[in-house]
Design a protein around this ligand. Structure first.
Ligand code: GDP
Ligand code: MG
Length: 147
């Protein structure tokens, strides 16, 4: 049982979630949004954009030394992306749980990638408080968030 004090200490967090072009193309927008909603998280910003390659490189800047970086940025800028900010207690960490691990073949059943993806992994989620903050700032103006 959570003590009352712990409940009050629990911080509301924001995380950045994006349905990648392959997820949009496969018609998985409502399925993915529904999983976050049913868990009890709150959608506070959403828009659909086709990122430029330059923007994709900014979004994935921490992976720029990796051999797949160029392919990744090409794929991320290849079509519409649904960019979202979700709010909730523990949403950064639990959002990653809902998504599953990077490789869809290794993602557990019950996760978004485990249930819905085979090769391309269809969704992005911030991996911690720092990246959540940076990614929200990159994708959204403060006034676009309805909190
Ligand atoms: P994520 O946080 O689970 O999305 O994974 P990362 O932040 O490590 O990588 C970002 C994205 O790059 C992943 O979602 C994949 O689309 C892609 N990626 C990661 N690792 C690999 C890899 O080893 N090979 C290829 N081709 N793509 C990768
Ligand atoms: Mg990542």
């Amino acid at each position: 049982m959570l003590q009352e004090q712990e409940v009050h200490a629990a911080e509301m967090e924001l995380t950045f979630i994006a349905i990648k072009p392959d997820g949009v193309q496969r018609g998985l927008i409502s399925e993915i949004i529904s999983r976050f909603e049913r868990k009890g998280f709150k959608l506070v910003a959403i828009k659909i954009v086709v990122p430029s390659k330059d923007f994709a490189q900014k979004h994935y800047h921490d992976l720029k030394e990796r051999p797949f970086f160029n392919r990744l940025c090409d794929s991320f800028s290849s079509g519409p992306v649904v960019a979202m900010v979700w709010e909730g207690e523990g949403v950064i960490k639990y959002g990653r749980k809902l998504i599953g691990v990077t490789d869809p073949q290794k993602s557990e059943p019950g996760t978004i990638r485990g249930d819905l993806a085979v090769r391309r992994n269809i969704i992005h989620g911030s991996d911690g408080p720092d990246s959540a903050k940076d990614e929200i700032n990159l994708w959204f103006q403060p006034e676009e968030l309805v909190t």
